[in-house]
Design a protein around this ligand. Structure first.
Ligand code: ADP
Ligand code: MG
Length: 253
């Protein structure tokens, strides 16, 4: 469970008074239970990245608090980072090793796990994104979609309860996007919670249990996809059209 309570985040010089600092998150209280698939939407600059960076202590609150499984993130950073995996925007900046296998092993190695356990996790994480045969491949020779999948595998190898992905579709073509969505579908089925940050909901709308939209650092919309569709559209967020296939499946003649 990830919880924020009256979270406020301001950017700018701490020495300035509060009026001189831009408020990126302006009192957000949000609970995300284990296993829930949340789409986090909102226009550019609405605070999505700032919010999720609080989930595992990459940022500290100016006011309010953030808890993972009931413990304030600030009190146990390691627990928060173990339970909440993060896949950043532009994963090409986030790789630490030259090859796929070495990169995915990096996180578990830092947990100080035994070699066999590290190998098991790397194998499972790579097979979860269909890259089990690619351990020796060089990351700088991969396509954008493959890099995205390696970044996801790196987070999965930590065996987190929640996987947070910040705009993972940026720069991916349609087949690569579909492949990532497919892997998120499998993760959800396996019980991992997913928080997918995106300004375009069309890719994963039907997969989500819940859609949360931010506007100017506050929660503007929060509910199941089918119930919030119209409010989102009014808010300038692209949602998929109601598909004609909704309802009972058509019979083939
Ligand atoms: P989103 O991810 O929804 O596009 P962000 O969380 O990146 O939104 O940004 C929220 C607000 O905070 C924006 O007004 C943005 O300009 C500002 N902001 C983000 N990062 C920084 C930073 N490092 N320094 C100063 N202001 C920032
Ligand atoms: Mg962002």
């Amino acid at each position: 469970m990830i919880e924020t309570r009256d979270l406020v985040h301001r950017y700018g010089d701490e020495m300035e008074n509060d009026e001189g600092r831009a408020t990126a998150i302006d009192g957000v209280s949000l609970s995300i239970p284990d296993g829930e698939f949340v789409l986090l939407a909102g226009p550019n600059g609405s605070g999505k990245t700032t919010l999720v960076r609080h989930f595992n202590g990459l940022l500290q609150p100016d006011e309010g608090e953030v808890l993972v499984d009931g413990t304030p993130v600030s009190e146990d950073l390691v627990a928060a980072r173990t339970r909440v995996g993060m896949v950043f925007q532009q994963p090409r900046d986030g790789f630490v090793a030259a090859t796929v296998g070495a990169d995915v092993a990096f996180g578990p190695e830092n947990l100080g796990l035994a070699r066999e356990e590290i190998d098991r996790r790397v194998e499972e994480a790579l097979s979860a994104v269909n890259m089990e045969d690619r351990r020796e491949d060089r990351i700088d020779e991969l396509s954008g979609g493959e890099r995205e999948r390696v970044a996801i595998a790196g987070a999965l190898a930590m065996e987190p309860d929640h996987l947070v992905l910040d705009e993972p579709f940026t720069g991916l073509d349609a087949p690569a996007r579909e492949s990532v969505v497919e892997h998120l579908r499998n993760l959800k089925a396996a019980g991992t919670g997913v928080v997918l940050v995106t300004h375009d909901l069309r890719d994963a709308f039907d997969l989500a249990d819940r859609v949360v939209a931010l506007g100017e650092g506050r929660i503007a919309v929060d509910g199941p996809p089918a119930e919030v569709r119209e409010r989102l559209a009014g808010f300038g967020i692209r949602v998929p059209p109601v598909s004609l296939g909704e309802g009972p499946p058509e019979q083939n003649p």
